[in-house]
Ligand binder design. Structure first.
Ligand SMILES: NC(=O)c1ccc[n+]([C@@H]2O[C@H](COP(=O)([O-])OP(=O)(O)OC[C@H]3O[C@@H](n4cnc5c(N)ncnc54)[C@H](OP(=O)(O)O)[C@@H]3O)[C@@H](O)[C@H]2O)c1
Length: 326
């Protein structure tokens, strides 16, 4: 097994590039067969990945529960003690519950996730969306689950700095998972600095902007008709792809110079920029997963980083997803 550079998330140390497993079940069109997905996850582990991201809602068409957790569980059961697994729960119907009942409901959903994942704890358990639920009450429940040893630490997803701060004061957060990439940078203002200051890992989701920053998407690219988020990701509407091409070209220039790929450069950029960032690029393709993990070997010098950043800051981004989108 390869060893990758490591970063901390809560009390756990993980590979500095993790793996988003969602697309094996949802979000990017047709899903591979289960055996291929299991092998792709195990292959990522063999290439040094020790941080795997899933969620209870990742199932085809977002209907049903647990399709993705079942795959991740099968793939990682033999190496469970060598990897960190993060999953998330959706607080449907929980907004009005008093503290005790909220804890029981979250615990029940967690136990179902643990069964699917074939494990007796998860390293990080996220509230997937706040959905009107009190983050303080969820924080309290998460504290109890940590005390019980059912979760190593907890996190929030798609939240602003006020929600992070209120939650962190009740039970310290291990991680915040928000959308972040070269074309979604609002977290640079407050969220990432807050996380850095308070020892919270920041886990960017959609770090390749749903494929845009890989350089493989053009205005002519046709997305799939069923369960494909790229049909509504704002940077990927036909006109916006065209508008965003200068950013892709910039990445291609650096990729050529560094003998790397655009996806690797965009990941290396965020790894260089922040020591608490642990991206979880997603792909349902074995080779591209390994390519993305290889971003850890692409070192930008301080000069390269500065000029990339300066050139990027000059370019307009077309389309913005922000905190509101799924
Ligand atoms: N917390 C949340 O609310 C939330 C929301 C969304 C996602 N997530 C998590 O974040 C993970 C990553 O996000 P994401 O999958 O939405 O976005 P992403 O990682 O930015 O992009 C995924 C897309 O990029 C393509 N891609 C990836 N690497 C590539 C490469 N090297 N070359 C060419 N194309 C490449 C993939 O296509 P192929 O599959 O064809 O390679 C896929 O279409 C998910 O798996 C999930 O675990 C969390």
């Amino acid at each position: 097994m390869n060893i990758m550079k490591q970063r901390n998330i809560g009390n756990t140390t993980v590979s500095e590039v993790g793996m988003g497993c969602m697309a094996f079940s949802h979000g990017y069109g047709r899903i591979p067969d289960e055996q291929y997905s299991i092998e792709a996850i195990r292959n990522a582990y063999d290439h040094g990945c020790t941080f795997f991201d899933t969620a209870e809602v990742y199932s085809p068409g977002l209907s049903g529960r647990g399709h993705n957790e079942l795959i991740v569980g099968k793939a990682l059961k033999d190496v469970r003690n060598h990897v960190a697994i993060a999953t998330k729960f959706m607080p449907s119907g929980m907004a009005s519950l008093p503290g005790g009942s909220l804890y029981k409901k979250i615990r029940k959903q967690l136990i179902a996730s643990l069964e699917r994942l074939q494990t007796d704890y998860v390293d990080i358990y996220y509230l997937h969306r706040t959905g009107g639920t009190s983050v303080e009450k969820v924080a309290e429940a998460m504290g109890r689950l940590i005390d019980e040893g059912l979760i190593g630490g907890w996190g929030l997803s798609q939240v602003d700095v006020d929600e992070i701060d209120r939650a962190h004061q009740v039970t310290p957060l291990a991680a915040v998972q928000n959308i972040y990439s070269m074309v979604e940078r609002y977290c640079e203002a407050e969220v990432i600095p807050y996380c850095r200051e308070h020892g919270i890992a920041f886990v960017p989701f959609s770090p390749i902007a749903s494929g845009l920053l890989s350089g493989k998407i053009t205005p002519a690219t046709q997305f799939e008709s069923y369960d494909d988020v790229r049909n509504w990701v704002p940077q990927l509407s036909g006109r916006n792809i065209e508008g965003n091409m200068p950013i892709v070209e910039l990445l291609k220039d650096y990729a050529d110079q560094k003998d790397a790929t655009p996806a690797q450069i965009t990941l290396a950029w965020m790894l260089h920029k922040y020591p608490n960032v642990i991206p979880i690029p997603g792909s349902k393709n074995k080779e591209r997963i390994v390519e993305n993990l290889g971003a850890s070997d692409v070192e930008l010098t301080e000069d390269e980083f500065r000029s990339l950043e300066e050139e990027l800051n000059e370019l307009k981004v077309y389309g913005h997803r922000g905190l509101g989108g799924f």
